[in-house]
Design a protein around this ligand. Structure first.
Ligand code: BTN
Length: 255
């Protein structure tokens, strides 16, 4: 059960909490209200999503009462022109919160997949709308999906899906976890502005892709991931040793 007042009491950067038993997608809803809402920061959270979305055309499986499905709508002026760093900050916040709350060490598959024992336990979908000057966002939506309880997953997900409670005995209220997660998200968003290099350095520590051979967009070509630059792009070497830089919008990777 979500206690909106308790969350609002503890997270001073948050101004409104909207809860839903079921919704198509909390990100869709956040984007619908983004233009009209005068509230600065809103949390939207649902028990079930009928059309949860991931990056690209991916779906995010969102069964009732078994996961965390939330979107954080930020309408404060955010002076960055690339949402990749928001994804990076959010991934670090999720990692830290899962460790603090459940004592589980998850890793991050660049850029937005939260991994546990080589399976996906969660993901992040950041969407937003830039002002015409391309320097500031009018609004940003940080969508987070986490598989909390073991679930009956469709066949195509069986080999890639896992959930937190399959890996710990620790039981925790969703409210306490959310407070921890939101605290960490706002802290990492601050770090992103004040010390972006520290943010990237920390991300590199937990990013499983580095120094591994990867394939991109299901092609036959293999690359070695060598770095994440200060914009959050992935730097790779192709088989001839030539450097290439990929933006998260253009690729999906396989380890
Ligand atoms: C991914 O795996 O590529 C990202 C998954 C993001 C899922 C979350 S669940 C809450 C929010 N609403 C959505 O439709 N998607 C995000």
């Amino acid at each position: 059960m979500i206690n909106a007042n308790k969350i609002l009491d503890k997270i001073t950067q948050l101004h409104e909490v909207k809860t839903f038993e079921s919704i198509d997608s909390t990100n869709n809803y956040a984007k619908e209200i983004a233009k009209l809402s005068t509230v600065k920061n809103t949390l939207i959270i649902a028990n079930h999503q009928s059309a949860g979305r991931g990056r690209g055309s991916n779906k995010f499986f969102s069964p009732q009462d078994e996961g965390l499905y939330m979107s954080l709508l930020l309408k404060d002026k955010i002076s960055i022109n690339d949402a990749q760093l928001i994804t990076i900050a959010s991934a670090l916040a999720i990692r830290k919160s899962i460790f603090e709350s459940f004592k589980i060490n998850v890793t991050i598959k660049w850029i937005n997949d939260i991994m546990l024992n080589n399976k996906k336990v969660g993901g992040i979908l950041v969407e937003g709308s830039l002002y015409d000057n391309y320097k500031e966002y009018e609004y940003l939506v940080i969508g987070i999906g986490l598989n909390i309880k073991k679930s009956q997953v469709p066949d195509e997900l069986v080999h890639i899906y896992t959930s937190l409670l399959e890996h710990t005995q620790i039981k925790l209220s969703m409210n306490d976890f959310l407070i921890n997660l939101l605290t960490n998200i706002f802290n990492y968003l601050d770090l992103m502005i004040t010390h972006p290099n520290t943010l990237i350095d920390e991300y590199k520590k937990y990013c499983t892709v580095l120094n591994k051979k990867i394939t991109i967009n299901n092609s036959n070509q293999t690359y070695t991931a060598i770095d994440i630059n200060n914009l959050g792009n992935l730097v790779v070497l192709d088989e001839y040793g030539k450097e290439k830089i990929f933006n998260s919008g253009e690729v999906s990777i396989k380890l």
